[in-house]
Design a protein around this ligand. Sequence first.
Ligand SMILES: [Fe+2]
Length: 324
Amino acid sequence: MQNIKGSILSGYLNTIPNVPQVQLIGHGHLTNYHGIPDVTLKHGHHSSFHRTRIPPEEEQNPSNGVTPTRFFRWHMDAALYDLSPPKVTTLYGVRVPHGPKQVVWYGDQTGTGIGDELPVPLGTTAFVSGKTAFEILPPALKSVTIRARAKYAPKPFAWIKDAKAMSTGLGIVSEGLEKNFDELEDWDEAKVKTYPFLWKNRITGALHFMVHPCAISEIFIDPLPAQVTARDAHMYPDGAHITDLKEVRTLVHQMQRPAIAPNLVYPHDWNEKDLMVFHNRGVMHTVVGLFREDDLRVFHQCNLAATDEPTGPSEEDKLRILGA
Ligand SMILES: [Fe+2]
């Protein structure tokens, strides 16, 4: 299992002692729960992770009566170091607080404020499709995406422990707050992960844009194959190795932001005893919402590292997308 000590995940995950594959997540205080004598669960509030925050007075007394919130952190469940990304995540709603709808403020037009808006059920888990994320890209970005690989930082969630996220929860603000790699506890280059931007569904053949925007540190882009003649129409025709973190994040954000447009997000409206089984190599998801102090939310989460790695696009896929 993933060692999350000293990482951005350590405040949110509690292991159930007799079934350590299952994590207890949620919000509120529990006693004598499946062998855990006493625990206070913490639902991520964006102010703990984002560079900017919704003004507290607006959260407490919203001017139009609807509590504003944000996407906390878009991700797939994966350590992105040593272990292979789980294929499936299960989420089981044991206790689900009910309350009025809230509204996600994207806030990325000005860095703060409202921007795009999406009404969401209280405490939703929001999803977007990696397949759609790829398919809606313009040809120039599809060309980059299909040739690109993401190199993730060693122990990426410890690396960004002090860094802050964008208001959309879609990646990190580049302001130099990442740890230096040599400050991270003993890590091994052989365990560092590099994955294609596109993960191929082996059953449908579909290509899913699956890049963890917070964990990526470098991009490799292959040169165009010789069969492609109209080379000027493509970005990075001769390939590239992008190591400037700001440039890496700017490019990834340009590619991923269209996929979280309000009309493309599925915010699940949880009921108690809902069991969600989702394709963790095909969709991205995020925690959303603001709970009151006395709200109790109890969820079980289980995912297991896979025994194989994600597969990228085939040579035929590349030639088809590149129009060769
Ligand atoms: Fe997750």
